[in-house]
Design a protein around this ligand. Sequence first.
Ligand code: T1G
Length: 650
Amino acid sequence: MSVNVEIEGEIAIVTIANPPVNAVNRAVRERLLALAQALDDNPDVRAVILTGAGTLFVAGADIAEFDRPAEPPFLPDVIARIERAAKPWIAAIRGAAFGGGLELALGCRFRVATESARFALPEINLGIIPGAGGTQRLPRVIGVTDAIRIVAENHTPGGAEALKLGLVDALVEEPLLPAAIAFARNALEHALPSPSLDRPVSVPSPDVWAEAEDRIAARAKGAAAPARALQALRHGIEHGAEAGLALERSIFLELRATEEAAALRHLFFAERAALRPAEIRGINPRPIETVAVVGGGTMGSGIAAALLNAGLSVVLIEQDEAGVARARSTLTGIFDSSRRRGQITDDQASERMARLETSIGYGAAARCDLVIEAVFEDLTVKRSVFAELGRICRPDAVLATNTSYIDPRLIAEGLPWPERFLGLHFFSPAQVMKLLEIIPTPETALDVLATSFDLARRLGKIPVRSGICDGFIGNRILRRFRAEAEALVCGGVAIAAVDAAMRGFGFAMGPFEMQDMAGLDIAFLYREAARSRGEHVPDIPGDLLVRAGRKGQKTGGGWYDYAAGDRRPQLSAEAERIIAPLVGARNDVAEETIVARLMAAMAQEGQLILDEGIAASAADIDLVEVHGYGFPRRRGGPMFQAARARADKT
Ligand code: T1G
């Protein structure tokens, strides 16, 4: 870490160099504060340029410091010192100016940026709010309405939009520093604008606040920070900048200490570590440009869409014309809905479909770098697919199965060059769900593993390496989670009470609502298969429901009843009657008790998974739950919850 200063005539250039993202930690704050004084005292210096080393400006305060009490000098004080400096400071920005980085830039009298610049106050994604003046200086520079979108709604303008907003004073070409020096010299010839904090701001009509509150509440999903960020911004507009700064800081420090913020920090670092596991560091991935997907059903088409969205060429292999037509219409539908939601343009939709080739039979797989099998979840069927692929594909092509339950070693038996094979378990809908479970076999080559992690990065997925066990990481914990939920019902707890407790905890759906949507028969068939293998598998309520023809929404009833064409669950006396033989006397327990039981069950299974070496870390298990099974992000994951519960006990 260093903060360097160079003098170019009457211009001082201060460069923050704290790889990898120039995060502002305590040492950087101390150095900036000392430099502000020293440069003020330097009679030769008339202006100061502040910039970041490398490809970005500053990614914000050092998030790693947030698990410890805040230490002086505090960033708000450093920024206030720069803002009140006797010489004007000019922020020269390329790449990310995020969080405390944008706040530093707002403390400067001017901002010049290149097209590559991006501006954000993403603190709400960490369960906090800006804590160094962002909620007060930004509206005074660009106005309240646009500031709200950046402070509380994750809007991230680029260089060009920032110029339009008035966030930057000039858009310059690279090389950045000479352009910034020229700008500084010109600025010294003119009257200086007032510091950001002193600039007048027009108070918006009450509608603006009301609309913003509604918009933010609608998208918050129970997260506290966005509304608190708006609260701080508004307070300063209505009571003055100093009052706003004070409230902002107290809310920042309050939220920084919450479990929600700790959970989001935990996931922030876990998501970044997941992309670079030690095992594959320094291993070059194999080049992947053309990918074949075998099977154009829901999973196959979703996987093809994810690959096409990432710019890859796709060969979708089906058995017959009908299968090809079905897959093409599914993909067209996927891109149409992305177009309608403004996520892609017409041209981008047709460009994606132009990179899609469909084929009947395996021939086309011969020229593919990677083949992903996504056919029916049956061992015999999958083996026959790989028997063909093993014969046709290049020895260096990566071969993957999208199985969600079957041991990949069984699928790969007899496959020539087995080192090119592994499991890539996508989650439905594969073009949306971020989780990718990567399941190597003992033969899988390290560069094939590295290729899969690199593929995940290109697809914007969160990769988690899983060892081989029944259900891998996610489905194994799901089975335990469901078993515990059914055990609660057998113990007399109402089906709806369990679901309400988990929705209250932050899940979009409770376990029984979720199972009705996915279908009760998947788990039932799995249990029946175990029974047919002679294993002792006692009946559970779900079995009684399926045997009575209640498989969930698709049969108009499962744990709940569903009116025709309506997906809203209705309490079902019939379901209660069917499961009654396995259910004890009604037992009304508190929501916290239900949540604690289910969390404990998930964490216990997670611990077994860790003990068996199936998962590399507790954080990986949390990533699986958050990115594959709807575990509420602001709760961090079952292992994070268990660690917090242990810490609370000590
Ligand atoms: N603090 C500490 N480490 C950070 C960091 C940060 N702010 N940002 C990134 N890293 C680490 C990251 O863990 C990884 O480490 C490496 O840098 C590369 O990150 C007072 C309170 C800037 C867009 O929320 O969005 O300011 O895994 O893989 O894809 O109001 O990083 O290599 O060991 O993400 O090129 C607000 C967070 C902070 C921005 C670059 N700022 N960062 O993306 O690299 S709170 C943020 C990002 C704050 C003030 C408040 C991205 C990036 P490792 P990466 P990237």
